[in-house]
Design a binder for this molecule. Sequence first.
Ligand SMILES: *[C@@H]1O[C@H](CO)[C@@H](O)[C@H](O)[C@H]1NC(C)=O
Ligand SMILES: *[C@@H]1O[C@H](CO)[C@@H](O)[C@H](O)[C@H]1NC(C)=O
Ligand SMILES: *[C@@H]1O[C@H](CO)[C@@H](O)[C@H](O)[C@H]1NC(C)=O
Ligand SMILES: *[C@@H]1O[C@H](CO)[C@@H](O)[C@H](O)[C@H]1NC(C)=O
Ligand SMILES: *[C@@H]1O[C@H](CO)[C@@H](O)[C@H](O)[C@H]1NC(C)=O
Ligand SMILES: *[C@@H]1O[C@H](CO)[C@@H](O)[C@H](O)[C@H]1NC(C)=O
Length: 496
Amino acid sequence: MIYFAKMIFHLLIYNLILQIALSEPNNYSFPENFIFGVATASYQIEGGWNEGGRTESTWDYQLHKNPDLIVDKSNGDVACDSYHKWKEDVQLIKNLGVNFYRFSISWSRILPQGFKGSEINQEGVTYYNDLIDELVSKGIEPYVTIFHWDTPQALESQGGWLNESIIDDYTYYARVLFTLYGDRVKTWITFNEFHQICEEGYGLAKKAPFENLTGVADYQCGHQALLAHSRAYRIYEQEFKPIQGGNVGVVIDSVYGAPKTDSELDKNAAELQMQFDFGWFFNPIVYGNYPQVMIDRIDELSKREGYNTSRLPKFSDNEIETMKGSFDFLGLNHYTTNLCTLIGSNNFPNPSHARDCSVETSADPSWKPSAASWLWYVPWGMRDVLVWIKEHYNNPPVLITENGWATRGKRLNDTDRIEYIQNYLSEVLKAIYEDNCNVLGYTAWSLMDNFEWTRGYTEKFGLVHVDFNDPNRTRTPRQSYSFYQEIVRTRRLVNK
Ligand SMILES: *[C@@H]1O[C@H](CO)[C@@H](O)[C@H](O)[C@H]1NC(C)=O
Ligand SMILES: *[C@@H]1O[C@H](CO)[C@@H](O)[C@H](O)[C@H]1NC(C)=O
Ligand SMILES: *[C@@H]1O[C@H](CO)[C@@H](O)[C@H](O)[C@H]1NC(C)=O
Ligand SMILES: *[C@@H]1O[C@H](CO)[C@@H](O)[C@H](O)[C@H]1NC(C)=O
Ligand SMILES: *[C@@H]1O[C@H](CO)[C@@H](O)[C@H](O)[C@H]1NC(C)=O
Ligand SMILES: *[C@@H]1O[C@H](CO)[C@@H](O)[C@H](O)[C@H]1NC(C)=O
């Protein structure tokens, strides 16, 4: 009798525990291996533009020459002054509790002359050594972006990403970084957002070097950058990975292209838009070449325009082999969604990337706008873009390397940013649990307010506010900082 009573008692306890466990909406818990981080980029935060032997990047050069390029005529000369305040930044990251910090290295701090074979600047090397050591000592993994847009001006004045000799310069630079820091850095990102570098930088004159040869220079830039990426990947794979054991990924940005209506035409438009913006770069990295639809359309339009070769450069068989599968993970920068519909190619300037794609994009009038003109609150786009990637590239490992919301002014009560993070992360969980997407982790953009390119200091993305009028660049955490801290601590979405 006693034996049975004991057994029943145990069963009851067991059931009670089980019930408590089941009553938790465990679909809102993050998987065990899911990692959290925050991100920044060198030109946006460091300042110290001419200190410690650093030379001008294309951004320094352009903005020193023409302040009018930036809405508030500012630049990154001082920015958040992280060149001096990096220890304080690491403490903020430590208090946030995240697993990793994604930052970028300023090429011209390490190699002031930029070129292959040029001298390594010891002061620059020390700056990042100190930063990396501080992170490691506090249990934060350093995730390093090798190139986040700040091409040394010495290289830009030779044509930058339009000159194929930059491929050797870049791989030399990457090898220098693997050698210097690879003992402690186990996660490398070759490039941040090819699309912005090439389309905005060389096609539409919206980012440095502010060139506007769309339909030609953007494709040339993309071609060199993809080749540079794949060569750096192979160098690491063959020479460093066997000893250092790290991973090399690439960051591609995607404004998700959704069909404007349910019509087949709009579905085709959305697919075209995704192939021309995202597939342009990720298709070569996964499958070795540009999306076939891009090759065909640009060949055809180039012919009609009187070119005797396609405006889209071609990869050799060797290049295709080197390119194919040149990633350990995809870094996805995703913020927002556009609606897509087809539009005749004669509505666009001739030639242009926009004409090659011939899709008109818009925002739904019901979408909540942010302080950034291009960024609307569309949480479901996060899930849809993850599913689109899964379906087109055989469910690759995806690390969300940027996601964030823009506000204005000092406002610390950033409930809109909190709502954005909450609901975008909720869609990430749906993609993981309901769609089986292979998502490794999430990175909030950004640790702190910083130099937002042509928007200067007018648009804020920080979990931490930075006072740019204060010579001390005082940092003050916003409510979203505590909110994200709580998600990282509990590993679940709260208030839901
Ligand atoms: C490309 O760069 C090399 C130096 O790396 C330079 O000699 C050459 O003139 C550049 N080409 C153009 C077209 O600027
Ligand atoms: C494109 O750039 C050229 C040279 O920098 C300039 O003369 C021209 O006005 C620009 N065109 C547009 C549409 O911005
Ligand atoms: C077309 O090819 C000829 C020689 O084959 C060349 O001289 C010419 O510059 C080319 N035209 C264009 C637009 O590329
Ligand atoms: C923040 O703002 C929201 C609504 O705008 C308000 O409900 C909340 O009380 C505010 N919280 C603080 C701490 O000011
Ligand atoms: C979690 O479960 C609840 C109830 O079963 C459901 O309504 C919700 O959509 C689920 N959420 C996720 C992210 O799977
Ligand atoms: C700047 O920081 C230093 C040291 O933290 C402090 O002594 C000084 O008062 C600060 N200055 C301003 C303007 O906040």
